[in-house]
Design a protein around this ligand. Structure first.
Ligand SMILES: [Zn+2]
Length: 350
């Protein structure tokens, strides 16, 4: 039915996609449950309450809601850092601690688009944490006494633990996922890769959604869209269809370009449709945000230069986080750091 194999760079395991017609339901997650579906975070970290009161936002920080918002990009979370696409669990934990101490709190990409960042307390800055490619290292289950627990060294395990021990750190992060890529990058692992069972995949997406994290499309299997010819819309639409199969009715609003490569017809990255030859149904997509791979911290949504179809990110490796935050602290005005004034009705301009 498809000619994916010929074009494939990474993969080809096609999931059964379906149910994309039921798009009516809203995206508000149901009541959050830290043990959703009988899945608990494995207690790995006992640094518990020591950090709970150690860092407070600085209400004297000058509000600047024209300032920039870092959009941090993570890939593999592995025991050893090897180049720019890896971060160790310890480094990720340290990144969260650094952000917390420096007055940042996570928001989803949709919170930026919807300007919900206006609701942040005075002196606080938003940061968007984005995890690309859906590897098991981002969300791994361990079977323990017949129960599924989240591996505390996987990104989700680390995020959950951090939220559990820091009451003013919300469960927000964006997962830009592939449903059909190789080496286990199929909704966080399948076919026993890194011990991950195929039947756990949808459960993982449902958990993320329930907790309040944002689900983002990163295409079917990471094919470069600049070379995808007339399959651009198919590769994108089928990513949405697979997410819909896991979380029925979920409206995907954020899309991440594989390798930052644009399709020849640029607007197909945020709007398009594809007719599924199997069912004869047409699946349409329309995104509010398109994520690029790298660049400076992104403009505030109040900045006239803000372009939601070209959101810049910062790849997190080595000391990139500290460097990014230091640069934002030094710069001023629209190039400086977004700091909330605590008033949802006013836009604080420096
Ligand atoms: Zn990617």
């Amino acid at each position: 039915m498809l000619r994916l194999a010929a074009l494939s760079v990474l993969s080809v395991t096609i999931v059964a996609c379906g149910g994309a017609e039921s798009r009516a339901a809203g995206n508000e997650p149901a009541a959050r449950d830290s043990a959703a579906g009988g899945v608990a975070t494995a207690g790995g970290d006992t640094a518990q309450s020591a950090s709970l009161s150690s860092a407070q936002p600085d209400p004297s920080r000058t509000p600047n809601e024209m300032g920039r918002i870092p959009v941090l990009e993570y890939h593999l979370i592995v025991p050893e850092e090897k180049g720019e696409f890896t971060r160790t669990p310890q480094q990720l934990k340290q990144d969260l601690a650094t952000l917390y101490q420096r007055g940042y709190r996570p928001v989803n990409m949709t919170d930026v688009i919807d300007k919900k960042i206006q609701q942040l307390p005075k002196g606080i800055s938003p940061v968007v944490l984005v995890f690309d490619d859906a590897s098991p290292s981002q969300f791994r289950y361990i079977e323990r006494d017949g129960q599924l627990v989240i591996d505390p060294t996987s990104a989700v395990g680390i995020l959950e633990e951090f939220a559990n021990t820091h009451k003013d750190w919300p469960r927000k992060a964006v997962f830009c996922m592939l449903p059909a890529a190789q080496v286990g990058r199929s909704f966080f692992g399948d076919k026993g890769i890194e011990g991950q069972k195929t039947e756990w995949r949808y459960k993982k997406l449902q958990f993320l959604h329930k907790q309040g994290y944002e689900l983002c499309n990163h295409t079917l299997y990471h094919a470069r869209l600049d070379r995808a010819g007339n399959q651009v819309q198919e590769f994108i639409a089928r990513g949405d269809m697979a997410i819909d199969s896991a979380v029925a009715g979920y409206k995907v609003r954020t899309f991440a370009l594989p390798l930052g490569m644009w399709p020849k017809q640029r607007d197909l990255a945020w709007q398009g449709s594809w007719r599924d030859p199997k069912t004869g149904k047409t699946v349409s997509y329309k995104y509010d945000a398109v994520l690029e791979v790298s660049g400076n911290p992104n403009e505030s949504p109040y900045d006239p230069n803000f372009d939601p179809h070209s959101i810049n990110r910062q790849i997190m490796y080595k000391n990139a986080l500290e460097a990014t935050l230091n640069r934002l602290d030094k710069a001023t005005g629209n190039a400086g750091r977004y700091v909330s004034d605590g008033n949802p009705n006013t836009v604080a301009k420096p």
